[in-house]
Ligand binder design. Structure first.
Ligand code: DGJ
Length: 781
């Protein structure tokens, strides 16, 4: 797993990958290789290409190491001032004003397992699942040490990295930039994939070819953001979902981050990830240590799905808290899109009763239950119930929900404060705002200063009280604005640039305390949907509200992109009303469900207004989910067909003997050809029974063709038509057959043809606009 030779070559190996470094003659750490596994050897010197004659315009590192220039040498730490002109991974400044750093090898240490990062989320391992290498470097001119940590998760094909800076000098040292990882590849033939977006359009896949220059993603928003997820993937040209080589880099951090890829004139590719150096400066006092967040790196030669599998397994087994690992997640109903702020106890209880009849297990009371909150202008910070809406308090409501037979969950947005609140009257100084400027609002609210320990203590106490009183089994932790007017009343002027990171440390401290105090509560993090979907939050809260966009078509893209890194067991996904509140689109109820089951299923609509048709359909949907819940939440997920450049989206989830496939179309295509789906992960030597899930149409979707499909004649839009449409479940044609695993993988799952405009019979597969099908494959003995 970690082999170190006498010449100080470090070979970190996982089941399928190798990561090789070497201490160079100059004493810098050279990067020799990362990729597909190569055999153990005692010498990999030949992997490092370098110039042996003077290079025009180059800066020689020293007179002893003649012609050796850092600019063309792949290294593990990029520093400024000694001839490396690429982006530095560390930038320090010292009392004399100088900014040159030069970190040289001093020692190394290897141990079994992995130590937690203090105050930051970090992946965990026992002594068998990981080994850690720490390499200490030292700059003897300024007396600063740098410790590079590499934890190798053999079975998972994952290596995590982070960096520690230690001030061994007698004077303050300023950290201007400290990246968690710097990796130099010796060529530049890569595509870069990033997950980008915005509110209600998160984590769309963007792919571009690398070329000379610097490409950067970042967040200055104080949250990891939906603009750019803290993730980058480098892949070799022509890599597909199931073939080809790719590398993933994911930063376990929920605040301002930066990821960059630079291709220099020597075609060296340098990738870095870490805390955003923008608006960041940290004063490191003598003996102080600064620790960067962790980067989770992986490599796969089995295409993008291979990379995602590594991440999914890693998150499920080394990031999500042990208590929640592989634990069934409840089907919930959330009242937000059903009521917004307009509810009272009576209405909530009515919704809960109806939801319970449908088979839903948990009721989540969303925004608006506290203070004077009837819209989004007031009361954040006043975490006591609005007695007008909830005369029996949270305790009373929770009891009523429990008596119905459901668990109770609650929404909070603890990091925020409204100016119109009791809390603001008492502690205006607790809000992040500059005393000399008019403050800018986001969603009418300000952010609490979590750099202040008093605020963290206050939130811990008040939230603990709410959670205890209301006996919640689930908490939705929301966060609805980006940072502005950065200024903390508890930081001196020369430390204001520490605010963003100190805020994160305060938040992580609060989450650590709360999740320790309430280990049985299932926390779901949310930030106007997916504005903070990252590994850092998943360490404390095992699931995230993927997006405020619940439209079934948009969700295909959002969930497809999100799954590049995050397993479906982390993605909240709800069935909501139509027209969609985000895009005003009408999609069939079966498609809304077929998309949401490839996530953690919930319903978010006024269930008291459902037609009998919808109720009957939902009951069937919920039963199906319950029957296949473990497979749907924790099965091996594979993307098969991307929604980003085609009309069809396909994905599947598998365990050893069962597979569920989701197939969706955007628009009905006239006179369409045949479709077949090449599946993955089956046993070629076994046969499978294939059954489409029972699905139903509302007869109204056939318009005035109803009399061509119905045995009973009826007048379009007449009383009978309405009655039938409200109550009758018109079953979509079933597809049911047997096929071999080899046929299904190599020839494909052959689907029936669709509606082609000439009639309707038993053997067509009617989908319509935004239609979809779900198939269950079961291995035969
Ligand atoms: C934003 C969230 O993403 C929504 O689901 C909802 O909880 C609202 N906030 C409530 O204000």
């Amino acid at each position: 797993m970690i082999k170190i030779t006498d010449q100080l070559e470090f070979h970190l190996s996982t089941k399928n990958t190798s990561y090789i470094m070497k201490i160079l003659d100059s004493k810098h750490i050279g990067h020799l290789y990362y990729g597909r596994k190569i055999r153990e050897k005692n010498n990999y010197d030949h992997l490092l290409q370098n110039y042996t004659l003077p290079l025009g315009n180059a800066t020689d590192y020293s007179t002893e190491t003649k012609h050796f220039t850092l600019d063309s040498t792949p290294v593990e730490v990029g520093s400024y001032g000694k001839g490396d002109y690429k982006q530095p991974s560390i930038e320090l400044s010292y009392k004399d004003g100088s900014t040159v750093s030069d970190f040289l090898y001093q020692s190394y240490d290897v141990y079994d397992g992995k130590r937690n990062l203090e105050g930051l989320p970090s992946s965990f391992a026992n002594e068998d699942s990981a080994k850690t290498l720490e390499i200490t470097l030292y700059d003897s001119i300024v007396n600063v040490s740098l410790v590079l940590s590499y934890s190798v998760f053999y079975e998972k094909d994952i290596i995590t990295r982070h960096v520690k800076v230690i001030n061994d000098s007698k004077e303050d040292v300023m950290i201007n930039k400290i990246m968690s990882c710097n990796i130099d590849f010796q060529d530049s033939k890569f595509d870069l994939i990033t997950l980008d977006g915005k509110w209600i359009k998160e984590r769309h896949i963007n792919k571009k070819q690398l070329s000379e220059g610097i490409f950067m993603i970042d967040s200055k928003r104080g949250v990891s953001s939906s603009t750019h997820n803290p993730f980058m993937c480098l892949s070799r040209p022509l890599t597909t979902e199931s073939n080809g080589e790719c590398y993933g880099f994911s930063l376990m951090y929920s605040g301002n981050h930066q990821g960059s890829v630079e291709v220099n004139p020597h075609q060296l590719t340098r990738l870095q990830m870490g805390i955003n150096p923008f608006d960041f400066m940290w004063t490191l006092k003598p003996t102080d240590i600064f620790q960067s967040p962790e980067v989770v790196m992986t490599f796969s030669s089995d295409g993008y799905n291979g990379m995602s599998h590594n991440y999914h397994d890693f998150i499920n087994e080394h990031i999500v808290a042990l208590h929640w690992q592989k634990k069934s997640r409840p089907i919930l109903i959330n009242n937000w899109e059903a009521t917004y702020f307009d509810f009272d106890e009576k209405k909530i209880v009515k919704l809960a009763k109806e939801a319970h009849k449908l088979g839903i297990e948990l009721f989540v009371l969303d925004d608006g239950w506290f203070g004077k909150r009837n819209d989004d202008t007031t009361s954040l910070g006043d975490w006591f119930e609005n007695k007008k809406k909830l005369p029996n308090g949270l305790e009373g409501l929770s009891k009523k929900i429990n008596d119905i037979g459901m668990d109770f969950g609650i929404w909070v947005e603890p990091e925020m404060i409204s100016v119109e609140s009791e809390l603001y009257k008492k502690h205006p100084d607790w809000a992040i705002k500059n005393p000399n400027r008019e403050v800018s609002f986001g969603r009418n609210q300000l952010i609490l200063d979590l750099c202040n320990d008093e605020v963290v203590e206050y939130l811990f106490d008040i939230l603990s009280d709410v959670f205890k009183r209301s006996k919640v089994k689930y908490v939705k932790w929301d966060m609805n604005r980006n940072f502005s007017d950065a200024y903390s009343n508890v930081l001196p002027s020369n430390r204001q640039k520490e605010l963003n990171h100190r805020y994160m440390l305060g938040l992580y401290n609060l989450l650590e305390k709360l999740t320790k105090a309430f280990p049985e509560i299932l926390f779901e993090s949310c930030a106007s949907g997916g504005n903070r979907f990252d590994m850092g939050m998943l360490y404390y809260m095992p699931q995230t509200w993927t997006s405020d966009n619940t439209d079934a078509l948009e969700r295909q893209m959002i969930q497809y992109g999100t799954s590049m890194v995050y397993p479906i067991s982390t993605m909240g996904a709800h069935v909501s009303a139509i027209p969609s509140h985000q895009v005003l689109r009408n999609t069939p109820i079966e498609t809304r469900y077929n998309v949401a089951i490839f996530g953690l299923l919930g319903y978010e609509l006024d269930v008291t207004k459902l037609s009998n048709f919808e109720k009957k359909v939902i009951i069937k949907q919920i039963n199906y989910y319950k029957k296949h819940r473990q497979l749907l939440q924790y099965g091996r997920f594979n993307r098969l067909n991307t929604p980003f450049d085609s009309n069809i989206t396909t994905w599947m989830v598998s365990n050893k003997t069962q597979h569920i496939i989701g197939n969706y179309q955007k628009l009905q295509v006239p006179n369409e050809g045949f479709e077949s789906i090449r599946l993955v992960g089956l046993n070629p030597d076994k046969d499978y029974e294939i059954n489409s899930r029972e699905q139903y149409f509302n007869v109204k979707s056939f318009g005035d063709l109803i009399n061509q499909v119905s045995p009973v004649k009826m007048k379009e839009n007449g009383i009978v038509h309405q009655l039938v449409s409200d109550n009758y479940l018109f079953e979509a044609n079933k597809e049911s057959f047997e096929a071999g695993g080899d046929e299904l993988m190599y020839a494909g799952l052959k689907l029936k043809h669709q509606f082609i405009g000439t009639g309707y019979n038993e053997s067509l597969r009617h989908m319509g606009d935004f239609g979809s099908r779900v198939y269950l494959l079961e291995e035969k003995n």
